[in-house]
Design a binder for this molecule. Structure first.
Ligand code: VNL
Length: 394
């Protein structure tokens, strides 16, 4: 053995001794993805949708990246922020996850943001949609949407379609404040007038008192944002109070005419014009393939916008992990930035500057679709291309 080769051999065995593995051998440990979702409680439909979409992504794309096995660790936080934070801490410290995804509602994402920053762990927000979430940590990337992003379109549509006086009704927390504020400013800019701003609690809302106020105020239209899972209960009370026959038009964000519940809402939902980034009836080949595969794997379930946020979140994570060969931290975060791809919702970009999603926003009307089993669907009739979140403060 030459001196040079002996030196190399000694150096390599020293490195191997220090790291516990031969330095030239590839890392074969599993790549872990933490997934925190509300699988129980009021937001359980969001957890169910995203879990199903993550499983579909894995079934279609396998569980191997750079020769390593990908493991998804799913934990239920019941949409309780303290639980989310505790679970995230365990995933970072004990499981050594490369990334944490999920986050059904805004408070759970905000509670976890400081941990992401401290530990340099990327968070992929697949559901929560308050604009400010991506500003709570430089390690947050979002594949869902923001309320300002989808709300401006319906405010604009309303003002241009003979609606002069409106009342707003939103859930009393982050995304509701965003929806209320951006509906108000766009609608007034377009010459409309806001007669009243109503809010209902996030937990166990009772729509009776606010609907009575709407009846008394008699606006041309009622604009509504409620988080996914509350739409059906709202529609029921709207109809029970005769509001569907009152001449007061119902307009909304697509959270209210959510594909998860729309099929069972009944005629009260017919004709509701709303704006959002995803409809199960989106007429693209990519979406048809997605909906068919999702329904084949989940009998009786129609994918909603939460499922698409989860599916696309996995795409962003997988592509980034392929780039880093499974490494996490800042490298993984950077590999998520700037991704452009065709989602079931349409073309999307993960903005490298804001880490938020840029996407098309559609104006839709709830209709019965004979070619789709005569079910109720959000049928797209107009589009605003490549909308960035208008809610960013910097
Ligand atoms: C949020 C926004 C949650 C929109 C939603 O459903 C929704 C949130 C659970 O940011 O908390 O449709």
């Amino acid at each position: 053995m030459t001196t040079k080769r002996l030196f190399l051999k000694t150096a390599l065995s020293l490195i191997a001794a220090a790291s516990g593995a031969p330095a030239w051998a590839a890392d074969t440990s599993p790549i872990k993805i933490g997934l925190i979702l509300p699988m129980t409680g009021q937001s359980a439909s969001t957890g169910r949708q995203i879990d199903a979409a993550v499983k579909l992504w894995m079934a279609q794309n396998g569980n191997k990246i750079a020769g390593r096995t990908v493991e998804v660790i799913l934990k239920d936080d019941g949409a309780v922020p303290d639980a989310t934070k505790r679970i995230a801490q365990e995933m970072i410290v004990n499981d050594k996850v490369a990334v944490i995804a999920g986050f059904g509602i805004t408070p759970t994402a905000l509670a976890t943001a400081p941990l992401a920053t401290q530990s340099k762990t990327p968070l992929v927000v697949m559901a929560a949609a308050t604009s400010s979430i991506t500003e709570a940590s430089p390690y947050i990337v979002r594949t869902s949407f923001t309320l300002p992003q989808v709300t401006i379109a319906i405010a604009d549509w309303a003002a241009k379609n003979k609606i002069r006086r409106a009342v707003t009704l939103v859930a009393d927390y982050g995304p509701g404040f965003d929806a209320e504020k951006f509906f108000d400013s766009q609608f007034r800019l377009d010459g409309g007038q806001i007669l009243d701003k109503l809010r209902t609690p996030l937990r166990a809302p009772d729509f009776a008192p606010v609907l009575q106020k709407v009846i008394d105020t008699k606006p041309d239209a009622l604009f509504v944002f409620l988080p996914s899972g509350q739409g059906a209960a709202f529609m029921k009370q709207f109809a029970e109070r005769g509001l569907d026959k009152s001449g007061i038009r119902l307009i909304a964000t697509g959270d209210v005419t959510d594909d998860d519940q729309l099929a069972d809402m009944g005629d009260v939902a017919l004709g509701v014009v709303n704006s959002h980034h995803y409809s199960a009836a989106h007429p693209s080949a990519t979406n048809k393939k997605f909906v068919e595969a999702f329904q084949a794997a989940n009998k009786g379930m129609r994918p909603n916008f939460m499922a698409v946020g989860g599916f696309d979140g996995m795409r962003v994570i997988y592509k980034a992990l392929e780039t880093t060969k499974g490494a996490g931290g800042e490298a993984l975060l950077n590999a998520m930035k700037g991704q452009i791809f065709e989602s079931p919702r349409g073309p999307v970009l993960i903005d490298g500057q804001t880490r938020d999603i840029v996407q098309d926003v559609y104006i839709r009307k709830v209709e019965r679709v004979p070619s789709m089993g005569n079910g109720l669907y959000n049928v797209e009739f107009d589009v605003i291309k490549a909308v960035k979140d208008p809610g960013k403060t910097k």
